[in-house]
Design a protein around this ligand. Structure first.
Ligand SMILES: [Zn+2]
Ligand SMILES: [Zn+2]
Length: 258
């Protein structure tokens, strides 16, 4: 069937636009279930996107992890046994399926524009769940120099900067890495603790300051805890926020994400 001039023009535009998009983000198969997808970013099909799970109540009021339905006091056994250095941590999604793929695409495949989604979502969650706290500044977990050079960016820093813009707060690089740490990815919970012990340093006077500490994911909680311990030593009250949280039963498994 011959197309009229107007139709052929718009068809050509659509065709050109689609090919242009495909050139930048080539289509392929869903990274989770293998279904064919017609778009390249984030290469996750709609049915997998629909399975994304938010962190739902009941969760621990301190560490933010999901708790059994029957828990009455609102604080999990781990936090009761060994209270963390931070006042409270909140996360938005369970670290699985499409959410995990997005974080991996961001960090491993270097799809750095994802920082906008992560930063904006975290900021919204902070407004909802910590809206009563007057924050003085936003801090973030630093990336070791070599890894930053190889990756080309610092994942938590980009997210924190977006978050700070959304919340109208200054973002400061106050945590310094003072020892060489191994990537946490192949370490179990106990080894992660050892690896990060004494890893951070902070020289700021943070007395009377409320600090919002940002990272992408919360796995064992070791990184957030160690960074909070140092910030607390400088006088700060630390509140932490991440994009996704790993389920407790999975935290001893090796992972490729950090
Ligand atoms: Zn899928
Ligand atoms: Zn807890």
């Amino acid at each position: 069937m011959a197309l009229k001039t107007g139709e052929s023009k718009s068809f050509f535009c659509f065709y050109f636009f689609r090919n242009f998009i495909n050139l930048i983000f080539p289509p392929g198969i869903c990274r989770i279930c293998g279904t064919k997808v017609n778009y390249g970013l984030p290469q996750i099909c709609f049915s997998c996107l629909k399975k994304i799970q938010k962190v739902k109540e009941p969760f621990c009021n301190i560490c933010g992890r999901a708790m059994a339905e029957t828990a009455e006091i609102g604080v999990c056994g781990d936090c009761l046994k060994e209270p963390p250095s931070y006042e409270k941590h909140i996360s938005l999604y369970l670290y699985e399926g499409a959410i995990r793929e997005m974080v991996l695409a961001y960090k491993v495949l270097k799809r750095y524009p994802f920082y906008r989604i992560f930063g904006k979502s975290i900021a919204k969650n902070v407004k909802n769940k910590m809206g009563n706290i007057a924050f003085d500044l936003v801090a973030f977990i630093p990336t070791p120099f070599i890894r930053r050079i190889m990756r080309g960016f610092s994942p938590a820093e980009l997210i924190a900067k977006k978050c700070g813009r959304e919340l109208n707060l200054p973002v400061k690089n106050i945590l310094k890495l003072k020892k060489r740490t191994k990537p946490q990815k192949n370490l179990g919970a106990k080894e992660r603790k050892e690896n990060l012990k004494g890893a951070f340093d902070c020289k700021e006077d943070l007395r009377g300051k409320n600090v919002l500490l940002i990272d992408d994911i919360f796995t064992t909680g070791t990184t957030i805890e160690e960074a909070s311990r140092i910030l607390k030593k400088c006088g700060a009250k630390v509140y932490a926020a991440t994009f996704a949280i790993r389920k407790k039963r999975e935290i001893d498994l090796p992972s490729i994400e950090d």
